[in-house]
Design a protein around this ligand. Structure first.
Ligand code: G3I
Length: 303
């Protein structure tokens, strides 16, 4: 039998997982990580509260551990995330002056991307900036409220200058169902960026699903975004109760869209999950493969 990563690689895709630095010392954990996965997203270590806890004072130690591990094991890295309203230190969320906030945001992006230059396959430049209220508009956040809707464009332009070789992604949840207002809002933003030459290379669909898995329109959504000229990626996959059918439907949708370049599950074992009570992952808490593992392997074209 192969592995998730090797099977995904047969079609030029990667298969990744979220990794917390604190588990890299657990050999049962890293045994599965290095056997099965060829891409890694730091679960928390690249977020602003860890990387710049006070202004101009950067801490890359925890994320460096993860990047070193990935380098040593030939795993590609997704950088997560540069600009997000959550896990944001209060010294940032309390800024009220636009020039100050713009300078702080741009410096954060530039410094973090410079530190990892050449080591990151794709960055989630902006995470979860759209509202869940059915408006299709950006959510309230210090970035939106102080800088206006243009903050996302500013972030992507700054990111392109910082590491021109990295793919620049917009990442969000609840944008998997095509007709949802939130999906349409993000689609219009990407369409606008593409038409005006604002640098954007990919859209990440987090894909935190309930027990029934992806919506019926999931593949349509992935294909419609890809048709704008961006890659699409499944970036934080987990499915309540991990039904094999729900996982297969998710992977099949990606396999049917040529610009769907990779899939990341948000953790390895159920016990590693942020929603562990729902047993949403591909390995049980003892590290054994679950039924969904076989369904994913088959959908990736393996046996
Ligand atoms: O680091 C502290 C630790 O010192 C303390 O003892 C402990 C007590 O609760 O908390 C620790 O921080 C926690 C951190 O995870 C590290 O374990 C935070 O409380 C907790 O809120 C944080 O949760 C993370 C969550 O993002 C925060 O929003 C999850 O691990 C992480 O899986 C989750 O990931 C997000 C993606 O980044 C974006 N999309 C949604 C996804 C799931 O919420």
């Amino acid at each position: 039998a192969g592995s998730l990563g090797a099977t995904a690689a047969q079609s030029g895709r990667y298969f990744g997982t979220a990794v917390p630095a604190g588990k890299l010392g657990d050999s049962a954990y890293t045994g599965i990580l290095d056997r099965e996965f060829n891409a890694i997203t730091p679960e928390n270590e690249m977020k602003w509260d860890t990387t710049e806890p006070s202004r101009g004072s950067f801490n890359f130690g925890p994320a460096d551990q993860i990047v070193s591990h990935a380098t040593a094991h030939g795993q590609r890295m997704r950088g997560h995330t540069l600009v997000w309203h959550s896990q944001l230190p209060s010294w940032v969320s309390s800024i009220t002056d636009a020039n100050t906030l713009r300078s702080v945001m741009d410096n954060h992006i530039t410094t973090e991307m410079a530190h990892y230059k050449g080591k990151i396959y794709a960055w989630d430049v902006v995470n979860e900036a759209f509202a869940d209220d059915g408006s299709g508009q950006q959510r309230s956040s210090v970035f939106h409220n102080v800088l206006g809707t243009g903050f996302i464009e500013e972030a992507f332009r700054t990111a392109r200058a910082a590491d021109p070789a990295a793919k620049l992604c917009y990442n969000d949840y609840n944008i998997e169902n095509w007709t949802d207002a939130k999906t349409q809002g993000v689609y219009r933003m990407v369409q606008d960026f593409r038409s005006r030459g604002v640098p954007i290379d990919c859209v990440g669909f987090q894909s935190h699903f309930g027990s029934s898995g992806p919506p019926a329109s999931y593949q349509t959504t992935l294909a419609n975004f890809a048709a704008l000229g961006v890659d699409v990626q499944i970036t934080e996959l987990d499915i309540a109760q991990a039904s094999p059918t729900a996982y297969a439907n998710t992977v099949n949708a990606c396999m049917n869209v040529s610009r769907c370049t990779g899939i990341t599950t948000w953790g390895i074992r159920d016990s590693d999950s942020w929603r562990s009570s729902e047993n949403p992952l591909l390995f049980d808490s003892n590290g054994n493969k679950k039924a969904a593992y076989g369904a994913v392997t088959a959908a990736l074209g393996g046996s």
